[in-house]
Write a protein that binds this ligand. Structure first.
Ligand SMILES: [Zn+2]
Length: 267
């Protein structure tokens, strides 16, 4: 009995202390200049795991969100599937991505130090606030007053899975966090605009490597990692950079790894 309990405890603690398998590293010293795609990238190959043919996005708005902050992200995820940018993932076997549903966790159900976002997803599934969808990507987005060990210093977001459910966490950076792309941004909210690029990174990685056993390269880099902070095709206008227009709204989004050209591209 004691051994059994000890085993369960040991298992639980090892599960909880495993770092997220894949995260967007923070940009430690942002220069706010357009980067090029010149960095050599080892080619990505499929290691045999499944990809997501028709991923569906579910958002949990964790913490305090304004309608305008939500709308920047909502427009992006709603129309992302129709963009040439998302179509880069076709070569990986991934089809259009759709946005299905968003729910609020305005009460900070797991506190303001969000150590285990899976609990947030799990509660939403158990309470049937969101459907149990094995084609789903459950995206927990926490407002800038929510911390997480490693956020801003080790990562800006990450994706992983639990059983057959895929989920991702992305934090909205607060002042001083190393996850900003620029301080003046297309939609007048540099924190949320920065998070959109991280969301794009995590979505394309989750779709092409949902169980961390499909598409990555010899460095362990997934498509998003290969192009992290690489803002290809940047245009400077009105004090900010942008490189992608989605349903009429401008965004500054890191590129994706193009299997055909073996470089980071936006289409
Ligand atoms: Zn990544």
């Amino acid at each position: 009995m004691l051994v059994g309990l000890f085993f369960i405890f040991g298992l639980m603690s090892s599960v909880l202390t495993i770092p997220p398998p894949d995260g967007v590293p923070p940009r430690i010293h942002p220069t706010f200049t357009a980067e090029t795609s010149s960095r050599a990238i080892n080619p990505l190959t499929n290691h045999g795991g499944p990809v997501m043919a028709a991923p569906a996005i579910y958002i949990i708005w964790y913490g305090t969100w304004t309608t305008s902050a939500k709308s920047i992200i909502q427009n992006f995820v709603t129309n992302l599937g129709a963009t040439p940018f998302w179509a880069i993932n076709k070569a990986y076997g991934v089809g259009a991505i759709t946005f299905k549903k968003g729910i609020d966790d305005a009460a900070y159900s797991q506190g303001k130090n969000l150590t285990n976002p899976w609990t947030v997803v799990q509660n939403a599934l158990n309470k049937a606030l969101l459907p149990k969808d094995t084609n789903g990507i459950y995206l927990v987005l926490s407002s800038s007053d929510v911390a997480q060990p490693g956020f801003c210093t080790e990562f800006c977001g990450w994706h992983t899975y639990s059983g057959s459910y895929k989920y991702s966490w992305v934090g909205i950076p607060a002042s001083g966090c190393n996850c900003f792309a620029q301080y003046t941004s297309p939609n007048g909210n540099s924190a949320v605009d920065a998070a959109v690029s991280v969301i794009a990174h995590e979505l394309m990685e989750t779709a092409t490597d949902p169980l961390i056993n499909a598409w990555y390269n010899s460095d362990g880099d997934e498509n998003g990692d290969a192009c992290a902070w690489n803002f290809v095709n940047s245009i400077y206008s009105s004090g900010y950079y942008y490189n992608l227009v989605v349903n009429g709204m401008k965004y500054y989004v890191q590129a994706n790894y193009n299997l055909g050209s073996q470089t980071c591209t936006m289409s």
